[in-house]
Design a protein around this ligand. Sequence first.
Ligand SMILES: [Zn+2]
Length: 854
Amino acid sequence: MKRIVFLASLFTSFALAVSAQPDPSYYLPDGVSYNPAIPTPKSIIGHEVGEWHVTHDRLINYMYALDKASDRVSLEVTGYTYEGRPLLLLTITSPKNHENLETIRAQHVQLSDPSKSSSLDTKNMPVVFYIGFSIHGNEASGVNAGLLAAYHFAAAQGPEMEGHLNNTVILFDPCYNPDGMQRFSSWVNSRKSLVTSTDPNDTEHNEAWPGGRFNHYWFDLNRDWLVAQHPESRARVKNFQRWKPNVLTDHHEMGTNSSFFFQPGVPSRMHPLTPTKNLELTKRIGEFHAKSLDEIGSFYFTQEGYDDFYYGKGSTFPDVQGSIGILFEQASSRGHAQESINGILRFPFTIRNQFTTALSSLKAINAMREDLLNYQRQFYKDALNESAKDQIKAYVFGSAKDPARSFHLAEIIARQSIDIYKLSGAQTINNKSYEATSSYVVPLNQAQYKLIKGMFEKRTSFTDSLFYDISSWTLPLALGLDYEEMKSVPAMGEKVVTATLPAGKRVGSKSEYAYAFESFGYYAPRAIYRLLSHGLMLKVASDPFFHPDGRKFERGAIMLPVAGQEKTLEQIEFILNDITAKDGIDVVAFNSGLDYKGVSLGSSSFLPLKKPIVAMLVGEGISATDAGEVWHMMDIRFNIPLTLIPINVFERTQLNKYTTIIMPPTVAGFSISEGTKEKLRAWVQAGGVLIGLENALNWITTAGLGKFDMKKDEEKKDAQKNRAYADIEEFTGAQETSGAIFEATVDLSHPLLYGYSSDRIPIFKSNNLFMEKSKGSYSNPIVFTAAPLLSGYMSKENYAKAKSSSVAGVSVLGQGRVIGFTDNLCFRAFWLGSNKMLMNAIFYGPLINAASAR
Ligand SMILES: [Zn+2]
């Protein structure tokens, strides 16, 4: 009956049939009876689903209530967000399965262990289904549909649901991104009118910057599954690896004028490490979604958009681990109701599509249970067979000079159920030295072979030239580490279970004279700031120097004289102990300053450092993710205060309290008044350091504050000749640089490169900014090589311009410095290799010699 009504009213005009109080019967399937002992969402959250946007506190109250009321549900807190919100996981299955849950889990994960999986009887094993919602916090239909899905799973009665629960362990993750979801729900609820505004111009539909999509530090959590740099991902990945689900679903939203999307994505844009069988199974699952959406009269599309290439996305991450990831995208009402090309799109309608596909997912997974279990088992057997044929038997990585970055990669790897070991002893491989303390071995003869390949491989040829996200992410390059593809497995030391940052050491006893440390350590900026924030005077070496025992210190080493400080030696000692223990840096005591080989400690080659006071422009017109990456790095990694200054406040603020201003990349809507531009100019002229990132350099150049000329677009004209209209998207898409890895040669004597030891450094490139090399001497500290592509995709036209282009430079304006970088130096919190260039600009910017200006 219901079906006829909806066919008659077309898919969005449900609006007409529904009042402001959507009735639960609108969502729930016909003919299902619900256990009255299980609370409905409304009885706990205080409103009907879809009437308001559920807030996070109410959402979790409901989940706790289900846990209490239902013997199908058990709830655990698996972590906390940055803002302290609990991350919940509900395990939903039959009461009988609950009694044997640990046995079921232990048996299930054996499917991914070829040494044990052959004997498993998949005919009688439950399938594991991980379902989660709204990783982009402002894609709210998912998380609101989750209320209904949880209710249905806990309360629906009858043989179908009971059968599903006997055969399925549902891992129910009600909210992938609590902080963003809370931000968005507050926005739309607090702007809702009694007479719902459907006008897209209404404030309800126009979130303030940075919007609810991101987590606390403005990161897109749906790019973080592989490297798991955030607490939300860490908790989730732990759940995933503990259970190894067969299917993981990920409910999103897209543009208001669209319809509904379910995977498969574009088949030619699947990552080659994903088996083609994955696509077949995804298509079969899709048939269940299609049928259910047909039944409620909802339109959809599949296979035309989105891809499965980057393993850091939730719907792609499972694909390299014997599981099937499914992406759903619902057109967003972005508020309670909004006009669209398909009529008025109402929030309840969007919730219903998500809820319907949550149910069709469960149906599909049950119908395909054995196939999915067998697929997972076979995936891991095949992986092991492939690893036996692979010429590479292990990866070794490390950094002789910086154990911290090496530790961070070990941590990323160990978190993904990959066996990783310490190198048993120091080795020299391909003329690079690998120390036992800072080097690790990842043997390939293990179940997670494919995931390991997905982390380490370099790839420069592709079947498709369009990427929804980055085209390469080779992790040792991202962390700036040396690494080797080994033809045999080297001697391995202890297995890494939970990696810990290796502590540094104190060399020599207490000194009344001086201390020094190298700046190669990843946490050197934190150590430097630790000292400066205590009011200590310290200096950076612009030339190498030697300890009386012969130990050499490179440019960029930090020297702390003891005489003249306002702190006692005991207080200084206390801080230095923190630097070794917390920052992992070796601190060396000096009892004499004499140095005939290098420079003596009293030399003018030691330049005094000042504590930087840093502000960064944020707000409308600034790229939130880029700004968030800098914020996260300064705050979480280096514990350095950073004022996040909104542009409208910047307009009316005195700048002289800041030593340094960071201008992140801009997006549409960026604007600074003429008066503020002149204020900024005067501030730089008086000695300020302005740091421009990526396209901010275009504004800086146009404003006459610095000279960062980009190569012009000439080649493109030719390439665009004589193309078919239908190829517009294909060609323009192919010109985008969505994220590839390039090699630069660097001038290690330049202050921007202090703390680096190799003259070749991988740089992440995700834009088409190609800076002309400066004609000045000493002024091209970082330049792409003549054949710079290490891994990833870039069009021929752009690649021609990328070759030998300049990545960084310094302009001089009065007493000040304007420092520009064309590329993202702290991409997604895992590109640790280039972080220090930005930190060097902050600490050493004022010291850069004017003769090196562009
Ligand atoms: Zn999304």
